[in-house]
Design a protein around this ligand. Structure first.
Ligand code: GCV
Length: 723
């Protein structure tokens, strides 16, 4: 009785200190909190009397550390490690190869179902004794199992009767860092690069370890360290030593290192006078370079390549094609089981066709010609990470080629790190889109998990939003995008709703009074951004270069498709990009069902209207409003919804620590200010064409169009430095 009283007092003390302490967010979703619910705490303590952990590989050492850390924090006590004999209520953690036959027979059927890195968490009985087993056919799977088990506890789920069998649906689950070697980050808004190339390899920043741990906790198993706008120097011996040091840190966490390979590296650092992929010296150079890398890093993942895109060199400089370039590198990597991720983000100033069509036109004819260890990396949409884009038409259109998804986690076009827009909602929309390539139900998720066309190599990449800001992502809610990306790379069929739920519980609180409103706010946030930036299918109307804020008036850049006016095509007759048969006919690149649906104004969803159609300002929308009024009201709705988000968040103050609450409050106010800026600037500009009044219900702009046009941001973060 007395003991119980002390326990309650202890919990009350912890709660009190939680609300008054300031969390800087460094712990991410792994800040294990003391279990507050007394019954649950008892259940956990009783179920976890002992831990029995087999094996001492580097991976199992970090697994053990994680268990100790997590259980100590959540239970408020140490759980002793003990041999199994005669014990009950033990947590058994081991690679399946180390399990005793009596345990093995309880999990054998489940083990057969596992893919690489999959795990089992199962409650078993042996005689009178009850235990919880976490196992896998490989050590990394055991680590993943432990992270998942701890997550169940973080979410206050019962652990007395578990039967979880979970495997990753994709092989390559990786972050792409657009980190330059001078530590600036292209499109990075959370500080400088994590990689301190100057102090590597001798100085191992604790951040590198914490980075690996965070990634492993959500199943991420690869990282491309450097920008796709690549610098060949990273392939020199001086830098490879540093890359090796990072690879050594990441290895226990199951994370492989990949490098971006500049196509002209044989010239720039190899002393050759060509980088022609069919030239024998060039091939030999890549073979030797690859061997040099594998001598240092035996589990090196491979190369990520941006070629003949936005000024990057590539095989076309030598009148060769993507297949020649990718296959040359693939041959050098094949003996070591390395892969080439060849990006399909290509468009050319010499091609006057709709930019949205160019990647498909260039790549689809190569279907079936890439070697087995090449995977073509395709952005989620055909333009460039816009707040909303129809899925990229290449998905489903190359049945003989593995395609991997490239999402952007950093918010180049969704308000940088100052706006809250929960991106898993965007990812979910793309992944669940139906390509109709093999009939109804041929979703993008099935293309990339390999099930639609029976692909062996599968993957998903996310352009990282991480920097050296203390909380990693700048905006505390940016952590949810990293987390959500990892979870979807593990299983692209998960729902954004379940991801938001998990993340809130692990990161902030299990209090339903907090979870309900915050989850709602997160799930609606991406649509708010679409509304106040790019409603009704508008796209790429961002200010030039830095992409911060509106710039629909920009029309003076040398390449036509770099100008917002190219995309909205506003004139006195109307607005929108005609991609139907009467226009660019980008629709022809989709399955006939989709071409018909998007091509017909009666069936085209209004969220995609101006992506596919150029319509008169007085065109009637489904709700009876004119296009002009409807557009204005969408902009206004975006602003109003952000205002509501500000109000919701203010009411959340009692539930979390003051530091993070205050940070989010300030950021939401910036978001509100900028949402109004977007609405005012865009509507004033489009009004110069429509010549129509703003409808009732739209707040009138308080500044002139000239004012918005005059705003300049020479030091906006994330712009590519010019060396
Ligand atoms: C890394 C967009 C971005 C560029 C980026 C490019 C790409 O154009 O604005 O910063 O370059 O995409 O994905 O290669």
């Amino acid at each position: 009785m007395k003991q119980k009283k002390y326990l309650l007092l202890f919990i009350a003390f912890l709660q009190l200190s939680f609300f008054t302490y300031a969390s800087n967010g460094y712990d991410l979703w792994l800040g294990y909190r003391q279990i507050e619910n007394e019954n649950l705490l008892n259940e956990y303590v009783n179920t976890l009397s002992y831990i029995h952990l087999e094996g001492d590989s580097e991976t199992l050492k970090v697994t053990k550390k994680e268990l100790i850390k997590g259980l100590m924090a959540m239970l408020g006590k140490n759980v002793p490690f003990k041999n199994l004999e005669n014990s009950t209520n033990s947590l058994i953690v081991a690679n399946s190869k180390k399990l005793s036959s009596s345990i093995l027979e309880k999990v054998n059927d489940d083990l057969k179902e596992l893919n690489k890195d999959g795990f089992i968490i199962k409650t078993i009985r042996i005689g009178k004794n009850k235990h919880t087993v976490i196992t896998s056919n490989d050590d990394v799977g055991v680590l993943y199992g432990v992270f998942n088990f701890l997550r169940l506890m973080q979410q206050n789920k019962s652990i007395t009767n578990l039967s979880i069998v979970d495997s990753p649906k994709l092989d390559v689950r990786m972050l792409n860092h657009w980190d330059n070697m001078d530590r600036t980050v292209e499109r990075g808004f959370a500080g400088f690069s994590l990689w301190n190339w100057h102090t590597l390899p001798d100085y191992i920043d604790q951040r590198y370890i914490d980075y690996a741990r965070a990634n492993a906790s959500i199943g991420i198993n690869g990282t491309a360290l450097t920008n796709v706008n690549a610098n060949a120097l990273v392939l020199t011996p001086h830098y490879l030593e540093k890359v090796k040091a990072l690879a050594d840190v990441f290895r226990p966490y199951g994370i492989k290192v990949y490098l971006t390979a500049r196509f002209s590296a044989p010239i720039e650092i190899g002393g050759l006078d060509t980088a022609d992929p069919l030239n024998a010296d060039v091939q030999e150079w890549w073979n030797n370079k690859t061997k040099e890398i594998y001598d240092l890093i035996p589990d090196f993942g491979g190369f990520l390549v941006k070629a003949n895109s936005e000024g990057q060199p590539g095989p076309q400089n030598y009148n060769r094609n993507h297949v020649d370039g990718a296959n040359m590198m693939a041959k050098s990597l094949a003996p070591y089981k390395g892969i080439v991720m060849w990006r399909a983000f290509v468009y050319s100033e010499h091609d006057s066709t709709d930019r949205a069509k160019q990647a498909y036109s260039e790549f689809v004819p190569y279907d079936g010609q890439f070697l087995d260890n090449v995977i073509v990396q395709v952005k989620n949409g055909a333009i460039d990470f816009q707040p909303r884009e129809p899925f990229h038409p290449m998905f489903g259109a190359m049945p003989k080629t593995p395609l991997m998804m490239e999402f952007q986690i950093t918010k180049e076009y969704l308000g940088f790190a100052t706006h809250l827009a929960f991106l898993p909602k965007l990812y979910e929309e793309v992944l669940s889109a139906d390509t109709y390539r093999k009939g109804k139900g041929s979703t993008v998720a099935k293309v990339i998990d390999g099930s639609l066309h029976n692909k062996k190599l599968t993957g998903m990449a996310g352009v990282s939003n991480i920097g050296n800001d203390i909380n990693w992502t700048g905006h505390p809610f940016g952590q949810a995008d990293w987390y959500g990306f990892g979870r979807l790379a593990w299983n692209p069929h998960l729902s954004a709703e379940s991801i938001a739920d998990e993340w809130i519980r692990s990161t902030f609180s299990n209090d339903e009074k907090f979870i309900g409103p915050v989850k709602k706010m997160m799930l609606e946030s991406r649509e708010m951004v679409v509304n106040y930036m790019n409603p009704l299918g508008l796209h790429h109307i961002f200010d030039t270069g830095h992409h911060y804020g509106p710039g629909p008036w920009v029309g003076n850049l040398s390449r036509p498709e770099w100008n917002p006016v190219y995309y909205h095509k506003a004139d006195e007759n109307g607005i929108g990009f005609d991609r139907t048969e009467t226009g660019s006919n980008a629709l022809e690149q989709y399955a006939p069902e989709l071409a018909a649906m998007w091509g017909n104004l009666d069936t085209c969803p209004e969220i995609d209207l101006l992506w596919f159609h150029h319509l008169a300002w007085d065109y009637t929308l489904k709700d009876g409003n004119t296009l002009w009024d409807g557009m204005a009201l969408k902009y206004q709705k975006g602003v109003d919804d952000v205002q509501n988000m500000v109000t919701t968040w203010e009411a959340m103050k009692p539930y979390i620590d003051s530091q993070r609450h205050n940070q989010v409050s300030m950021l939401l106010k910036i978001q509100l200010k900028e949402a109004k800026w977007w609405r005012n600037a865009c509507m004033l500009y489009f009004q110069t064409f429509s010549k129509m009044d703003f409808p009732e219900g739209m707040e009138k702009p308080d500044k002139t169009l000239e004012h918005y046009k005059s705003l300049k941001f020479p030091f906006a973060p994330g712009i590519r430095p010019r060396w």
